[in-house]
Design a protein around this ligand. Structure first.
Ligand code: GRG
Length: 290
């Protein structure tokens, strides 16, 4: 069964990778370096968030063509956040996706510009997506925009960076995981639900699922930071100054992981068998080693 889900993941990854390559095609020699930097960080990821959009869209029988640009847009925001996160004045990481971080190759100045250009491109491809109605375009753009600002990635990253050791507590870590990581998963889910004309009850279930699976994803990330293999994970490990697992210890972290995971799976109940692929994908996510 997991083989089936792996095949499905590879298929979606290929479609998204190909489309991202097309979107980042450039004919202007003056800004070739900017495009190269943006393209460098837009390749090689697992495409977890793109798969999310597709699987959640599947709950509402959304035609896959309507999900392609939203999936690319979410991956662009994610790529932009990784570029920024690795910068020396943020997490100061040299390795990402098994290769040197963007700023190591292109310089901090270009890396920052490429990150901004990717965020801009994400909005642009949604607002000009002919597969969506005007109403859908506006709703998707609004969800996307909210996911990385004062109520999303930037807020989570700010608290993460500025947190003093003495102030670390469970609630603050939950806040950081919610904003830094779960926000983009939740945005991906909400986007698919909106395009799928989900009812309020279904939107709430999707939100609960995404938020809880986002937490589990971050806890696994924190565990990999401690016990992972740098060659497989593809980024600098033993690197977090603090994280959830360091705060509560491995045993308690595993207990929380199970609780969040159970909550996520429970939220899928209302979708019955239609959510089987999402259940398999969730299992794949908590068993991951990269
Ligand atoms: C983009 C406007 C804007 C702001 C970003 C830097 C920042 C503000 C936020 C940091 C967000 C961040 C890097 C959170 C960590 C999330 C996480 C667990 C990333 C790893 O995701 P994977 O494993 O990566 O899906 P791949 O490489 O597979 O895509």
């Amino acid at each position: 069964m997991q083989d089936q889900i792996n095949k499905f993941l590879q298929e979606i990854k290929k479609v998204v990778d190909d489309e991202i390559e097309k979107i980042l095609h450039n004919d202007e020699p003056l800004i070739e370096g900017l495009y190269k930097s943006a393209a460098y960080s837009s390749t090689g990821g697992k495409r977890v968030r793109a798969v999310f959009i597709n699987l959640i869209g599947g709950l509402f029988d959304v035609e896959p063509g309507k999900l392609l640009y939203p999936a690319c847009a979410v991956e662009f925001i994610h790529a932009a956040s990784l570029i920024m996160d690795d910068l020396p004045y943020m997490d100061d990481s040299q390795l990402r996706r098994g290769k040197p971080a963007n700023h190591i190759v292109f310089g901090q100045d270009v890396a920052l510009l490429a990150s901004i250009a990717l965020v801009s491109k994400a909005t642009k491809i949604i607002l000009s997506d002919v597969n969506l109605t005007e109403n859908e375009r506006n709703k998707v753009a609004a969800i996307l925009t909210e996911s990385y600002g004062f109520d999303g990635l930037a807020a989570g990253q700010f608290v993460d960076l500025k947190l003093k050791r003495k102030d670390i507590d469970f609630k603050i870590i939950e806040y950081i995981n919610h904003k830094k990581t779960a926000a983009l998963f939740t945005a991906a889910g909400q986007i698919a639900a909106v395009i799928g004309c989900a009812s309020d009850q279904e939107k709430k279930a999707v939100q609960d699922f995404c938020q809880n699976i986002g937490f589990t994803f971050q806890i696994i990330d924190d565990m990999l930071d401690i016990v992972g293999d740098e060659k497989i994970v593809g980024k600098n490990l033993q690197h977090d100054k603090w994280n959830f697992v360091k705060l509560v210890g491995k045993d308690k972290a595993e207990k929380y992981l199970k609780e969040y995971y159970d909550q996520a799976v429970k939220a899928l109940q209302i979708f019955g068998e239609k959510a089987d692929n999402l259940r398999k994908f969730s299992k794949y996510l908590i068993e991951r080693s990269a």
